[in-house]
Design a protein around this ligand. Structure first.
Ligand code: CA
Length: 235
């Protein structure tokens, strides 16, 4: 399994180094950018699996940079944890509203930082932790490296959200996934989407599967009052 690649954007060299040492020690690969411009070019050179972004940076703030990333297609879903000395409620709300996945208030413990990094990577696991593997349940299989989904040996075309939904369901094997869990896995922990949005995308997923294989579509089961499950067989 490849090491998750984390970009640290922090202008205080001592803090950046300390974080980098700890992340490397815990099995992550990481690079440091000391301002927004450098971070911007590094991200487009190689998209990180997660960004630790300091709020206070010289010239363009980490907050503005994150907002910019959220507005661009390539970086829209970049997992971002804000590092901030601002402990005020309003700033926390602002950073979550602007689409950050999480934030940590300075000074923070390395242990907490690592725990939050791991938690966010788990939530965003579809693109990170199963990379290169083939997931199969019933007649549906997904090659996460090539992003190809097959049902009865025919390719299924999925939009990004449906792809993530299916990844979450496949990873769960044939166990039931609660609607709320699914929501966190696909839209991130601090999403403000309606639970019905999950149902809408499940419907789209079923439609996309139906276009190729009715058997595959029937594998997506609704478990009343709980959530969804990908059954091993549609029979
Ligand atoms: Ca700073």
């Amino acid at each position: 399994m490849k090491k998750p690649y984390i970009l640290i954007v922090e202008d205080e060299a001592a803090i950046a180094e300390l974080i980098a040492i700890n992340l490397r020690h815990s099995g992550f690969e990481c690079e440091i950018a000391s301002d927004s411009a450098e971070a911007q070019s590094m991200v487009f050179e190689r998209v990180p699996d997660l960004v630790l972004l300091d709020w206070m940076l010289p010239s363009m703030s980490g907050f503005s940079l994150a907002k910019q990333w959220r507005s661009q297609t390539e970086t829209k879903l970049l997992p971002i944890i804000m590092l901030t000395a601002k402990a005020e409620e309003a700033d926390k709300v602002a950073s979550l509203d602007a689409g950050m996945d999480d934030y940590i208030t300075k000074p923070f413990s390395t242990k907490e930082l690592l725990a939050r990094v791991r938690a966010l990577l788990r939530r965003r696991a579809p693109s990170v932790l199963v990379s290169g593997s083939l997931l199969t349940v019933g007649v549906i299989s997904m090659d996460s490296a090539s992003h190809r989904v097959m049902a009865e040996d025919k390719e299924v075309k999925l939009a990004p959200t449906e792809f993530k939904l299916l990844t979450a369901l496949l990873q769960q094997g044939d166990k039931v996934l609660k609607r709320e869990t699914l929501q966190n896995m696909v839209w991130g922990h601090y999403n403000d989407i309606d639970e019905r949005t999950v149902d809408v995308h499940i419907k789209r997923l079923r439609e996309a599967l139906t276009a190729v294989s009715a058997v595959a579509a029937a594998q997506v089961e609704t478990i009343r009052g709980m959530g969804y499950r990908l059954s091993k067989s549609a029979l």
